[in-house]
Write a protein that binds this ligand. Structure first.
Ligand SMILES: [Zn+2]
Length: 215
């Protein structure tokens, strides 16, 4: 598929580069879409809660770096995330999204502010977020209330680690529950951030620097 193939495909960056792979974004569900194509989660499910922090100024960058609060991911990541969410829904929970695919340019901005690989991936290597295979998430309960996970999203400290055990039993069990269901659905956890999950099948995809169209 190339930059000019279909009207439904939106390319803002069509210049190939050695570092970044700019793949098609398909805006509607389509059986012909390959597993590595970038899609909008909202076109596949209405069962998620959106709290896309980088589409607001409420993040460590103190800047709104996304034009709108959409969750773009490769199709295979969307499929695994929906499967995980269906498991949570059976128990009265659902996934709240903080961040999904992240263009490489945004990764560079983050690295300038926090140059610590425990919390922000070096853009030279690229984060799995830049590959469309990572999500930052929490859970909300059946009343719509966010589950207490012990720290806020993007809390850069030891308390955000899965290995930090000086938290209430309730919090530890909720973190463990989130992790268990995500792992069952094909994701890896990340020790220093309870909210971050990588799709195992997405670790080797190329980094991308595309943007998506906002309605
Ligand atoms: Zn993350």
């Amino acid at each position: 598929m190339n930059c000019f193939s279909k009207l439904i495909i939106v390319f803002l960056f069509c210049i190939p580069s050695l570092q970044a792979q700019n793949e098609a974004y398909v805006s509607e569900p389509n059986s012909q879409v390959s597993d590595t194509t970038f899609v909008n989660l909202r076109d596949y499910s209405n069962d998620f809660i959106y709290d896309m922090k980088y589409a607001t100024e409420d993040n460590f960058l103190k800047a709104k770096v996304y034009d709108c609060a959409e969750c773009m991911l490769r199709l295979k990541t969307v499929k695994a995330l929906i499967a995980a969410n269906n498991d949570f829904l059976k128990k009265g929970y659902r996934i709240k999204l903080y961040d999904c695919y992240r263009p490489l340019d945004i990764q560079k901005k983050m690295w300038e502010i926090v140059s610590n690989p425990e919390y922000v991936a070096d853009p030279k290597k690229g984060s799995i977020h830049n590959r469309g295979g990572a999500v930052d998430i929490s859970l909300v309960d059946i009343t719509g209330k966010e589950v207490d996970m012990g720290t806020s999203f993007d809390f850069f400290g030891i308390q955000a680690s899965h290995n930090f055990k000086q938290l209430s039993k309730e919090i530890l069990s909720k973190r463990a529950y989130l992790k268990k269901v995500m792992i069952q659905n094909g994701f890896n956890s990340f020790d220093s951030e309870w909210w971050h999950y990588n799709l195992k099948a997405g670790l080797k995809d190329k980094v991308a620097n595309q943007k998506w169209k906002c309605e």
